[in-house]
Ligand binder design. Structure first.
Ligand code: FES
Length: 559
């Protein structure tokens, strides 16, 4: 191919062309290595501070084999990584920072294509956002999910089962020794969480968008086929250059509709709503919450994987993975969307039928996520219906309000907490600007006194997010958030709230006049950052329904 992007660095006459070749030859390359060969960057989010991505150096080695076999030159480079379990206040605060790192690393450097190595929750959307803005041919290689642990004969899904077992530990039904045993086996291999949490959801959606080779998302991290997939992706990256198949040609509105459809079929993470809106915003596509609700209403949830179902990602892999899911709902998809292997999505999934109808089977007639509106959430809120309790999907109860997460944590185990099974827990100041960073605090733990009475779920409402591995009747992403004066800011303990998922309603039972009077008395909380990245974040992060990207990174809406 003529006029490759990297030629601007290496095939230029004069001093700079020589100097760039010389400096790269210092890494041990012979002179002919730059004779027009395509250069493939490998954008690696490897980090020992991100266990889910800690095996990505080995994955990168396999990608390099593929690039070399196809006649390209692989050059691996690091980006920041976002370890979900470690970063404070929350990885979400840094998703946009990583996206900027990815975008500028691609744009500033000599590469004709880039392979994006990701896994843990925010690393996949951050890389997709950055690559979409840079618009250099790109392919995603997920690190894959970890293998299941086993505790007392029970297979454990990281995240989901840990939370359930923690409730047993909190209430004295597991002892310290047993709890330590859980700790030793719940995350026993490399790879990301193995339930349909945010990591599995986002890698599956990267596949649904057409940004991975078919079948990439669900291959377990320790499986030899993970490395084979990486090698094939390296070869495919070289082909992308020939085809000039850039992200903007793959990430069309139809591709995003496919991703939303697959999200609903998976019973995937509510976080994907925020991430897909943000990725689409990078290519000038304005996805709205209504797009999600419209597609949810016509898409069955068909993936029986925790937290919505019973199985794990490893089981979905053996059942045929995302291609088998897409094959099952092919009539709801845009089959002609182009993907990174140059074939259409329809062609990619046409022959992959489910190998296990216990894992790929209908759990509900509608998708896993519903969008709620009402005077409590004028710009929308999100609930994961498939992880909620059916009897609570229509519920009216009195609010018990926590002003902050700290207050909630201090009070939730009080024996005299004045709540019962019909109460609705409300927590505010947990949104993008309020927390800040939009952390996964929305899964408010069940009050200990109710757990002891055998109550395992109740309605909980906040402007936070929730881990994709969590479950319960939990309303999230309430927008506008309380810290900017959304109505959540003025709910008072004792107010009645109605949740009606069928009607898509979230209503605070006060009059419009009372709402206006309360809002007029709203005082914004003190800003938590006055310098550095925190200040940039507070100044520019958008609300949940707009994807929480920085306003200056979003492309002009064209589609
Ligand atoms: Fe990384 Fe769950 S902690 S995916």
């Amino acid at each position: 191919m003529k006029n490759k992007r990297s030629s601007q660095w290496f095939q230029t006459p004069g001093y700079h062309g020589m100097a760039r070749r010389a400096w790269l030859r210092s890494e041990g390359y012979p002179a002919d290595v730059f004779d027009g060969k395509p250069i493939v960057g490998i954008c690696n989010s490897w980090s020992e501070l991100n266990n889910c991505n800690a095996h990505l150096r080995e994955v990168a080695a396999a990608v390099k084999r593929g690039v070399l076999a196809a006649g390209g030159i692989p050059l691996e480079f690091p980006t920041i990584s976002l370890g979900e379990m470690f970063m404070l206040p929350t990885t979400m605060m840094f998703r946009n920072l990583m996206a900027m790192d990815v975008e500028e690393s691609i744009r500033a450097n000599p590469m004709d294509a880039v392979v994006l190595l990701c896994g843990c929750d925010k690393t996949t959307p951050a890389q997709l956002m950055g690559a979409a803005s840079a618009d250099v041919p790109a392919i995603v290689v997920p690190g894959g999910p970890m293998l299941a642990g086993t505790f007392q004969g029970q297979r454990l899904g990281s995240g989901t089962d840990g939370r359930k077992l923690f409730d047993l530990y909190r209430t004295g039904k597991l002892n310290d020794e047993e709890w330590s045993e859980v700790e030793g086996c719940i995350a026993r291999t490399s790879g990301h969480c193995t339930v349909m949490g945010t990591a599995s959801t986002m890698t599956s959606l990267a596949e649904a968008l057409g940004m991975t080779l078919p079948g990439s998302a669900s291959i377990p991290a320790p499986d030899s086929r993970r490395m084979a997939n990486a090698e094939l992706s390296g070869r495919a990256a070289v082909d992308l250059i020939e085809r000039n198949l850039t992200p903007s040609r793959i990430l069309t509105r139809e591709a995003f509709e496919n991703a939303i459809t697959v999200l609903m079929a998976l019973g995937g993470s509510t976080n994907a709503v925020v991430h897909l809106i943000a990725i689409a915003g990078r290519v000038g596509i304005r996805l709205t919450l209504d797009d999600f609700d419209r597609i949810a209403r016509k898409t069955p949830c068909i993936v029986n994987v925790k937290p919505s179902g019973e199985y794990l990602m490893e089981d979905l892999f053996h059942a045929g993975g995302v291609p088998a899911v897409m094959n099952r709902i092919a009539g709801l998809l845009h089959g002609d969307c182009v993907t990174v292997n140059g074939k259409s999505m329809g062609d990619n999934v046409a022959r992959t039928v489910s190998q296990d109808d216990k894992v790929i089977r209908q759990l509900s007639a509608e998708g896993g996520i519903a969008i709620l509106y009402g005077n409590l959430a004028p710009d929308g809120a999100v609930i994961k219906v498939t992880a909620a309790s059916a009897e609570l999907l229509k519920h009216r109860g009195r609010a018990y309000v926590f002003e902050t997460r700290d207050q909630m944590m201090a009070e939730i185990d009080r024996d005299d907490l004045p709540v019962d099974r019909n109460s609705i827990l409300v927590m505010r100041n947990c949104g993008p600007k309020g927390a800040p960073g939009f952390p996964e605090w929305g899964h408010i733990p069940m009050p200990k006194k109710l757990l002891q009475e055998g109550v395992t779920d109740m309605v909980r409402i906040s402007d936070a997010r929730m881990s994709g591995t969590s479950f319960g009747t939990v309303v999230l992403h309430v927008a506008p958030e309380s810290a900017v004066g959304g109505p959540l800011a003025v709910v008072q303990t004792g107010d009645e709230i109605t949740l009606d998922v069928e009607a898509r309603k979230l209503e605070l039972a006060i009059s419009p006049q009372e709402m206006e009077a309360r809002l007029s008395r709203f005082i914004a909380p003190k800003r938590q950052y006055e310098r550095g990245y925190g200040r940039l974040f507070l100044d520019h992060v958008t609300q949940a329904h707009l994807g929480c990207d920085f306003d200056f990174l979003m492309a002009e809406v064209t589609k």
